[in-house]
Design a protein around this ligand. Structure first.
Ligand SMILES: CC(C)(COP(=O)(O)OP(=O)(O)OC[C@H]1O[C@@H](n2cnc3c(N)ncnc32)[C@H](O)[C@@H]1OP(=O)(O)O)[C@@H](O)C(=O)NCCC(=O)NCCS
Length: 194
């Protein structure tokens, strides 16, 4: 039989709406990861401009994204209470004929840092990317202490050729098996479609 007891959730939700975001943790500060929509694009671009600055266009990873378009179906947004707070993109690429993705940019609104949003985005987009047909790896340029616990490891130094300078200690990969991480090599090329 259904209970007719009143539910306290609406009252809490009303309180939450009145609170400025990011000031203190609330019990329903749950992070929801969802696909990016067209209406998010301005916000995502502003966030990337804010956290990476004008230098972002000179980054080597940006050059990869210039050559091979970002996959919109793997552009994800994290939101808290309906407010977008984080974003991640993926670019389809290949290495020596093996298909995969380049992860990035990853960014969290500075007002919402250290709540697990970045890690949740990396986990979700990696899982979704690796589940795609024929995908064998997700590559990124980032800090090993951050991405290591999320299943990313260093590739063989000098093996992967980017279209610009990259610090070898920041080239990380999530792949199907340890051997693959060591064996990936060659220039970043277009995703191979049959
Ligand atoms: C990196 C970034 C996405 C993390 O977002 P976030 O939502 O705060 O991340 P999480 O809450 O999941 O993780 C925070 C933890 O990671 C740590 N961390 C953040 N950046 C780190 C880095 N570059 N290296 C190592 N640890 C890092 C934090 O100190 C924190 O540690 P704690 O859990 O021990 O307190 C965010 O700081 C950001 O947007 N930075 C600017 C853009 C950037 O550098 N993007 C990544 C480039 S690939």
């Amino acid at each position: 039989m259904m209970s007719h007891k009143s539910n306290p959730a609406p009252a809490l939700a009303a309180v939450v709406e009145d609170c400025p975001p990011g000031n203190f943790p609330l019990p329903n500060d749950e992070v929801r990861i969802r696909p990016q929509s067209n209406t998010d694009l301005d916000w995502v671009e502003k966030l990337q401009a804010e956290v990476f600055g004008p230098g972002r266009f000179a980054r080597t990873a940006f050059r990869v994204r210039e050559r091979f378009a970002v996959d919109p179906s793997l552009s994800l947004v994290a939101e808290i209470r309906g407010r977008p707070v984080g974003s991640v993109w993926m670019t389809p690429i290949s290495l020596s004929g093996d298909n995969g993705y380049l992860l990035g940019p990853l960014a969290t609104d500075p007002a919402f840092r250290n709540k697990g949003i970045g890690r949740a985005l990396v986990r979700e987009v990696t899982k979704k990317g690796m589940a795609r047909n024929g995908v064998r790896f997700v590559l990124l340029v980032g800090d090993a202490p951050y991405y290591g616990p999320l299943g990313y490891e260093l590739v063989t130094p000098g093996a992967i050729i980017f279209p610009g300078p990259v610090d070898a200690a920041r080239i990380l990969v999530h792949s199907k098996g340890k051997a693959m991480a060591r064996e990936l090599k060659g220039p970043i090329a277009a995703f191979v479609t049959e």
